[in-house]
Design a protein around this ligand. Sequence first.
Ligand SMILES: NC(=O)C1=CN([C@@H]2O[C@H](COP(=O)(O)OP(=O)(O)OC[C@H]3O[C@@H](n4cnc5c(N)ncnc54)[C@H](OP(=O)(O)O)[C@@H]3O)[C@@H](O)[C@H]2O)C=CC1
Ligand SMILES: O=C1CO[C@H](CO)[C@@H](O)[C@@H]1O
Length: 339
Amino acid sequence: MRDSNRTVRWGILGTARIAEKISVAIHQAENAELTCVASRNPVKAADWAKKHRVKRSVGSYEALLHDPEIDAVYIPLPPSLHGEWTVRAAKAGKHVLCEKPLALNVNQAREMRRVCLENQVQLMDGVMWYHHPRAKQILDLIRSDTLGEHRRLTSAFTFCWETIPENDLRLQRNLGGGSLGDLGWYCIGASLWAFNELPQKVFGTARPYHDVDFNFSGIMWFSKDRIASFDCGFDVSMRKWFELAGTKGSLVCDDFARPWENRKPQFHVTDSYGNSTKYETENPLQETCMINHFCKIIRSGHLEQQWPDLGINTQRVLNALDYSARTETVVSLADFFPA
Ligand SMILES: NC(=O)C1=CN([C@@H]2O[C@H](COP(=O)(O)OP(=O)(O)OC[C@H]3O[C@@H](n4cnc5c(N)ncnc54)[C@H](OP(=O)(O)O)[C@@H]3O)[C@@H](O)[C@H]2O)C=CC1
Ligand SMILES: O=C1CO[C@H](CO)[C@@H](O)[C@@H]1O
């Protein structure tokens, strides 16, 4: 039933670290309720529910999907489980906000989209910055003529572990780990978002750690002489920026993936003569912006296909880059993953 004010009831699958931030966002969001958390361990689920003010808890993910009160689930499980639990949630009639990387491969991501559409539920990946008001401000500017013709998008998302956490999912290939999926997902997504199309070909190179990539550098060739390049990894200090350079000027956002906490979100545009303009935006929690947006979609009754489409395109480019790094070849998107 469509009702512009109705409360959207959320369930969370797994007591992941990132779920703590999302629990805060659901509590902050308009007309949203954090109804249930599920863990493989019922005691862990109950403790987590108490700590994060969740109405109830259950000792299995399946049990949460049977809860008729739940409208939407947030899936912050290891990437290897995203496909299975998205499909099961969609078949149970739940809208799905699934963490990135969306899937392990393009076919799996496409199947997730297909089942969600068939069951008329929204699918979206958990990239928060797209929903922050700054993203709209940047997009308006780059769709205007301010930067001239776009030429280069350069981005980075890195952080540095002091001690390598051997058990972290990011370092487990069987859980879908690796820096490209964990951090490169944001850089690829930003490139597709800004250029509004898929690259024609890509090249990637990685430094392996056991059987995952510890860092990754990629280059993507787009139409109209546009190139995007990025680096990501677990061995360089925190960087989360992009620059979009055009014939008339360049735009730099030095914290696109998650705003620095010690100042207002901002970005700069500099022209060829060194004149720089600083743009500042309001500062809501980007997690809350994403939850509010997702709830609005549910209340409206109109699914937004642009989100699963962006997720699948990001997955296509990611898998092509990964293949390129493994084979040391330039990979054409059309040959590798026909649309
Ligand atoms: N959008 C963003 O800003 C961020 C996104 N992420 C993404 O969120 C997801 C989770 O990351 P993170 O919070 O670091 O994950 P954690 O390792 O903290 O948590 C993952 C959870 O998954 C559940 N789980 C189920 N099966 C397994 C398994 N075989 N091994 C390990 N855990 C399992 C566990 O819950 P339980 O034991 O309760 O069942 C566990 O708590 C990833 O996809 C990651 O990329 C992460 C950080 C930020
Ligand atoms: O998605 C993510 C956002 O940022 C983190 C780093 O701070 C990542 O490790 C994480 O998986």
